[in-house]
Design a protein around this ligand. Structure first.
Ligand code: NDP
Ligand code: MG
Length: 384
């Protein structure tokens, strides 16, 4: 049995990963579970999967787990809790499915221990792509993408033909406001933006999908994961979300990976790699589908996508600053403190105040992240 820990087990990806594990009895032993603050669900999961290690982001709520956990099961809390769990546990596989930058330290800890990492958390690779890839290489650890587009590229990349890749094409659904005018976009509320047409996801990534910033983050993610220059990464809008991404080779052949918009499929592929296991998840029916469509992204109505691409191309510390500004701007939008269209405006303001630093260490990443968060709040409040 593969010994696995899930960081972010109470979230959208974490819950679906547990469904995959339920679907494949006898294949996995859940050794570790970690959540932020959803005690009720975490307790249910602890009772069902009986992990050997548990971590909780919220130190204040830790007391509520005391009577639930057997005395021999350690509970790690606070900022370093996730890394401590990874440090302590004997694992074959770590699924990093927390949201935000919390995924970074435990990912590095796992790679240093040569544990295979299934990475759903895109903020980790966006902020620390070079460091994460170098660490994986240095320790000979496998990093498997879980994000559906990157899983598609991973599946379509022929190991012996990596040099023959002409470009990769990431598909984007376009989100719920694909056909909204600039005027209509100004009226978007959090409730409207939280309704994604194709995917059931956590709040942060759902808003990122509506601004198309998610696709920008994914371009940066792809740049690092597949070691490709930005000129070789293209984005195309594909509203049906059935083709999850494509790889074009220099002989003109294009390989695509298709499937229902169901994250359990890329999660399962990461978990069972290099094998494909049978499951009962829904299948696509091409004849019933009839047609599928594609269009160019519109950078005028969705400037956040362009900003993300610029941040990626500027490189160095700019993606850290971009990511932090976006996390805060999304939070402020969800609190009704700023308008939907102010998200990219505020990020642009933060980026304008940052001079790129090209050489940096892990401490610098966290410091620049903090700097950008505080600046974002000030810009949003109009203090600066
Ligand atoms: P959710 O918001 O649904 O879940 C986030 C998870 O992280 C929850 O379990 C949450 O716990 C946990 N968490 C948050 N902060 C902490 C912390 N400090 N310590 C420990 N756990 C914490 O997000 P998603 O599942 O949608 O996304 C997770 C990641 O995967 C994101 O980076 C996202 O970009 C990426 N991703 C998601 C996809 C999707 O379809 N959902 C697709 C591709 C990538 P709690 O709820 O208990 O507070
Ligand atoms: Mg994706």
């Amino acid at each position: 049995m593969k010994k696995i820990a899930i960081l972010g087990s109470t979230g959208s990806i974490g819950r679906q990963a547990l469904q995959v594990i339920d679907e494949l009895p006898g294949e996995f032993k859940v050794v570790g579970l970690a959540a932020g603050a959803n005690i009720q669900l975490l307790v249910e999961q602890i009772r069902k999967y009986k992990p050997n290690y548990v971590a909780l982001g919220s130190s204040e709520k830790a007391a509520q787990l005391k009577n639930v956990l057997p005395t021999n099961v350690p509970l790690f809390t606070g900022k370093k809790g996730l890394s401590k769990l990874v440090e302590a546990a004997d694992l074959d596989f770590l699924l990093v499915a927390v949201s935000g930058i919390h995924g970074l330290l435990p990912t590095l800890t796992a790679l240093e221990k040569k544990i295979t990492v299934g990475l759903a958390n895109k903020e980790t690779i966006v902020t620390a792509g070079a460091l994460v890839m170098e660490t994986a290489k240095k320790y000979g650890a496998l990093l498997i993408p879980v994000d559906s587009e990157h899983s598609a590229i991973w599946q379509c990349t022929e190991k012996e033909n990596q040099q023959a890749i002409e470009k990769i094409i990431l598909t984007a659904s376009g989100g719920p406001f694909l056909n909204f005018s600039t005027t209509q976009l100004k009226t978007v509320t959090p409730q409207m933006a939280l309704r994604h047409p194709n995917w059931e996801m956590g709040a942060k990534i759902t808003i990122d999908s509506a601004t198309l910033i998610n696709k920008g983050l994914e371009v940066i993610e792809a740049h690092w994961l597949f070691n490709l220059p930005y000129e070789k990464i293209e984005v195309v809008i594909h509203p049906e979300s059935l083709i999850h991404s494509l790889v074009q080779y220099h002989d003109g052949s294009v390989l695509a990976q298709l499937g229902c918009p169901d994250m359990r499929v890329p999660i399962q592929y990461a978990l069972t790699y290099p094998f494909r296991q049978a499951n009962s998840f829904p299948r696509i029916n091409l004849a019933e589908l009839g047609t599928i469509s594609f269009q160019k992204p519109d950078f005028t109505r969705f400037p956040g996508l362009l900003l993300a691409l610029e941040a990626g191309k500027m490189g160095g510390t700019m993606p850290i600053v971009f990511n932090a500004a976006n996390e805060i701007a999304v939070k402020l939008f969800l609190q009704n403190s700023i308008k939907f269209t102010e998200i990219p405006q505020i990020i642009e303001g933060v980026m304008a105040k940052h001079a790129v630093v090209s050489e940096f260490q892990i401490e610098d990443i966290l410091a620049w992240d903090k700097w950008a968060r505080s600046l974002t709040v000030k810009i949003a409040k109009g203090v600066i």
